[in-house]
Ligand binder design. Structure first.
Ligand code: ZN
Length: 665
């Protein structure tokens, strides 16, 4: 080898060694020795050298983790084995009940394995021939987002392993408390809304479309389950094997011979939880033997052999300094308590939800009151109790506002609703919320149109409704603080590109009350353009499966409002596609198939089976006709079976359906 090349190889080897050393310091010893900037510099040097001298590049190079190009949107991954949810227990009694139930089902005693319940985001990792090929979020348990590029940036997830067979690893991506606090202080410095807790920050990071940004978030991983081609016989050994293949497994785990040992483990960690550098919200209790797990099986929602013990919600006391009123997209006024900042469940909280004005009355909360706030998994803590004994006489009673705090319109209250509303459709607060909803990922997906910019656009009168977005010029955007020439041009491009969003997204983007993502999809499947929906009467709308009377009335109310018809006209004029483009998108593997169910099913209620089938795109009707593809026959079938035979409709058993939808019970 020439001397020059020899030198370069030495340089690269040195960089590999250094970067691995710094990774180890940061992720394993929790003792970073260089700054992020210095670290990035080394990685970029290595990237350049690898591009020039690919012959010296290593397959497991740390440069694979710094993130590739941003992507447009995530693909959907269908989980081979559904990622079911876990049933919760909240006290010793319920844990013992769980144990008794299993003993009854198995007819003998059970051994358990206990693990900490990490407060993060569940993911599934697929390895083929030793290489990480797919990383996906849990999603609805059946289908999740393909976040492989982001998963690669998690330093302690191995990109390659020595196991050559197919392997699925399940685990939790999480963020350490100190990384969370650093991220939030950066956000606050940049005038951005901080994350409520480490789990939210993790979920938000995994959903970023730019893997380079994700790689800066210092996400970490603990494996808690694996599906090898040949599984070891116990949960304990699965975790040990995963560890041997280089996966991080939480060290605080324990085999338990009986339920008392499980309960001891739960209590032990309930008192030690705050000593950990990451957040946990309970203990996961699993039957240790895989053979027993198989015998016990699962209900449609969760495995029977596993349960979570949730720690009691953490509480703290603090003072209510003020109560502000927020105005939502549909004009609902929500009171929010501003608190004396207080430590709660590993984070500092300064706001708490009060839900509505009836709740304020029920609790008798007043400004300057000392109160208990509680956090039980939700994003924003809530006020649960007032300590009335310590009142000093300077407490101020909180009344619902007479007028909207933003636009001054008199507030109204629907007799059958708890909420107070601002009915002014051009209330700036509502306009802002509607535009933010319009631009959101599940709606028109206009990237770069965040809350700050929307506030600016509305306050400066550049935009009065979401249709106005399409008239924006880059020069106008440049007037906004911190918007440069390039970002202004890019944002206008993104706005224009959204004109061709799928029909369902546009319906959802309109922000009609009671019309969520699923209802929008259903409407898009049943109507070919917006005018057809506008013409449909309430009865016709209500007759569509999955729409129902409440949503139907809401759709009618929306389009009976002349202001909304004007808005639709403006969107049309701007060139927004308000119709079905191309054939209806195929959604599931049962797309277009029609099913009818008769008799009693063993593993599902009929409603549950319906939901499962619909998720895969099938249609389920009440009566058999020539259009029916399959009649699912349970125990004690009714007259539908006879009719199906007459019409020559195929009949299948529950087991056969399960095979079709590949659902494991
Ligand atoms: Zn208002």
């Amino acid at each position: 080898m020439e001397r020059n090349k020899e030198k370069i190889k030495q340089k690269m080897d040195e960089l590999y060694r250094l970067i691995n050393y710094y990774d180890e310091k940061y992720y394993i010893e929790d003792n970073p020795v260089i700054s992020d900037e210095e670290y990035d510099k080394l990685v970029h040097q290595l990237i350049e050298l690898e591009q020039q001298y690919p012959e010296f590049a290593r397959p497991d190079s740390p440069t694979k983790r710094v993130g590739g190009k941003p992507i447009e949107q995530f693909k959907t991954v269908v989980h081979e084995k559904p990622m079911l949810s876990i049933d919760n227990t909240y006290n010793e009694e319920e844990i013992k009940e769980f144990d008794n139930r299993l003993k009854r089902l198995l007819g003998r005693a059970v051994e358990y394995f206990c693990e900490l319940k990490i407060d993060g985001v569940a993911v599934s990792l697929i390895y083929e021939q030793g290489i990480l090929t797919v990383g996906a979020t849990r999603g609805d348990g059946f289908r999740g987002d393909d976040v492989t590029e982001n998963i690669r940036t998690v330093r302690d997830i191995p990109l390659s392993i020595s196991y050559r067979g197919k392997l699925e690893v399940r685990g939790e991506v999480y963020m350490q408390k100190k990384d969370f606090e650093r991220l939030n202080s950066e956000k606050i410095k940049n005038n951005e809304e901080p994350f409520a807790n480490p789990r939210n920050a993790t979920a938000g990071s995994l959903k970023l479309l730019d893997p380079r940004e994700v790689s800066r978030r210092h996400l970490r991983f603990f494996a808690y389950g694996g599906f090898f081609e040949q599984n070891p016989p116990t949960q304990e050994e699965i975790l040990k094997t995963l560890e041997e293949y280089g996966f991080p497994v939480n060290p605080h785990r324990r085999f338990a011979r009986n339920i008392q040992e499980v309960i001891d483990f739960c209590h032990e960690w309930e008192s030690k939880r705050n000593q950990l550098p990451y957040a946990i919200d309970g203990i996961v209790i699993k039957v240790n033997s895989l053979r027993d797990q198989e015998i016990l099986g699962a209900t449609s929602k969760s495995p029977r052999w596993m349960v979570a013990y949730k720690f009691p919600a953490e509480q703290a006391t603090t003072i209510i300094k003020d109560v502000i009123v927020q105005v939502g997209r549909t004009g609902i006024l929500t009171p929010v308590a501003i608190l004396e900042p207080v430590h709660l469940a590993g984070t500092i909280v300064s706001r708490a939800s009060l839900h509505n004005f009836d709740e304020i009355k029920r609790l008798d909360v007043r400004i300057n009151d000392r109160v208990f706030v509680e956090k039980a998994g939700e994003i924003i803590p809530k006020v649960v109790k007032v300590i009335k004994d310590v009142r000093k006489g300077n407490e101020i009673i909180i009344n619902p506002p007479k007028t909207c705090p933003v636009c001054g319109t008199p507030v109204t209250r629907d007799p059958d609703e708890v909420a107070y509303r601002c009915q002014n459709a051009s209330c700036p607060a509502q306009i802002k919320e509607r535009i933010i909803h319009f631009a959101s990922r599940r709606a028109m997906n206009i990237q770069g149109l965040g809350e700050k910019i929307v506030n600016n656009l509305v306050d400066s009168n550049l935009v009065k409704d979401f249709a106005d977005l399409y008239d924006l010029k880059p020069e106008q955007l440049e007037q906004i603080e911190r918007m440069g020439e390039i970002s202004s041009r890019k944002l206008v491009e993104n706005i224009q590109a959204s004109k061709n969003a799928p029909f369902a997204n546009i319906i959802y983007a309109l922000g009609i009350r009671h019309i969520g993502e699923r209802a929008s999809e259903v409407l898009a499947e049943n109507f070919s353009d917006i005018d057809e929906i506008i013409r449909a009467d309430e009865q016709k709308l209500a007759s569509i499966a999955e729409i129902g009377p409440v949503a139907a009335r809401s759709i009618r109310e929306f389009f009976d409002n002349p202001a909304n018809i004007e808005l639709i006209k403006k969107l049309k004029k701007a060139g927004v596609s308000l119709k079905q483009t191309g054939p209806v998108e195929k959604k599931g593997k049962l797309s277009g198939m029609r099913f009818v169910i008769t008799g009693t099913l063993k593993n599902f209620t009929r409603e549950e089976m319906k939901t499962e089938l619909k998720k895969l795109g099938a249609r389920v009707s009440e009566s058999v006709s020539k259009e029916t593809d399959y009649l699912i026959v349970g125990e004690n079938p009714g007259s539908k079976l006879e009719k199906a035979r007459k019409l020559g409709v195929k009949t299948i058993s529950e087991e056969e359906v399960l095979k079709m939808i590949k659902r494991e019970i």
